[in-house]
Write a protein that binds this ligand. Structure first.
Ligand code: 13P
Length: 250
């Protein structure tokens, strides 16, 4: 299984800015390290620009931050998986904490997206993670189990393991500079793994689990070496080519 080193650019960068950073990133990374894949997830308007840069490097993939789980129709402001595939995307996110907590998406809707995205040929990254008050109340496992069971409920058993990725992103560690400690990460990832095995049997061992939340060049090599950490999902530190290239190579 290849470690998935992903850059989530959120609502940052015009197409021109994105192209510049992507060109520099491809140059700085050079050859993607053996056993790793690089994924860049820019805003929609920068997808083609970044796709142009990625063409020059193998091991680089393009992803989408969101979509609506229908083929087409009167859904003003939305975008379909087929449109994203047309724009060179092979991955998409679902259930990111900002969509859960800022846009108010619920588990049922997130589950629909995961199932539909897979059906439409996208690899799906389901993001899960607890709020600080849920951690303080000792509810981490309960929250993760519920988000995983509902988010993956429509996934057919015959979907290849490499098409599903889970990103564990504790909400209190996103954009705060406060990274989860090694013990917290190892415990949460082992728990996610156990739920994946409950849901998919042996295949659950082959599904990648990323960590996200204040990953930086300074902490990435320690995090990526932990048990059941099969990649990282990076926000702030992925916005500059220099720091994200260090993470890719950490
Ligand atoms: P930060 O790396 O900025 O904490 O963001 C993490 C994240 O939300 C990636 O999806």
């Amino acid at each position: 299984m290849k470690q998935l080193m992903a850059a989530n650019w959120k609502m940052y960068k015009t197409a021109g800015e994105a192209r510049e950073v992507a060109d520099e990133l491809v140059k700085l990374v050079g050859e993607v390290p053996e056993g790793r894949e690089v994924l860049v997830i820019p805003p929609f308007t920068a997808l083609y620009a970044v796709a142009g840069a990625m063409n020059h490097g193998t091991g680089f993939h393009l992803g989408a931050q969101n979509f609506y789980p229908e083929a087409e129709g009167a859904f003003t402001g939305e975008i379909s998986p087929a449109m994203l595939r047309d724009a060179c995307c092979s991955y998409a996110l679902a259930g990111h904490s900002e969509r859960r907590h800022v846009m108010g998406e619920d588990d049922a809707f997130i589950g629909r997206k995961v199932a539909y995205g897979l059906e439409q040929g996208l690899r799906m990254i389901l993001c899960v993670g607890e709020l600080l008050e849920e951690r303080k109340a000792g509810r981490v496992e309960e929250v993760l189990r519920s988000q995983l069971e509902k988010g993956l409920s429509g996934v057919p058993q015959d979907v290849p393991a490499e098409d599903i990725v889970v990103a564990y992103e504790p909400v209190w560690a996103i954009g705060t500079g406060e990274v989860a400690g090694p013990d917290e990460i190892v415990h949460a990832h082992a728990f996610v793994r156990s739920v994946l095995v409950d849901l998919f049997g042996e295949k659950g061992h082959e599904i990648r689990i990323q960590y996200g939340g204040s990953v930086k060049p300074a902490n990435c090599s320690e995090i990526i070496a932990l048990d059941n950490v099969d990649g990282v999902l990076v926000g702030g530190a992925s916005l500059q080519a220099e720091s994200f290239s260090q993470i890719v190579k950490a």
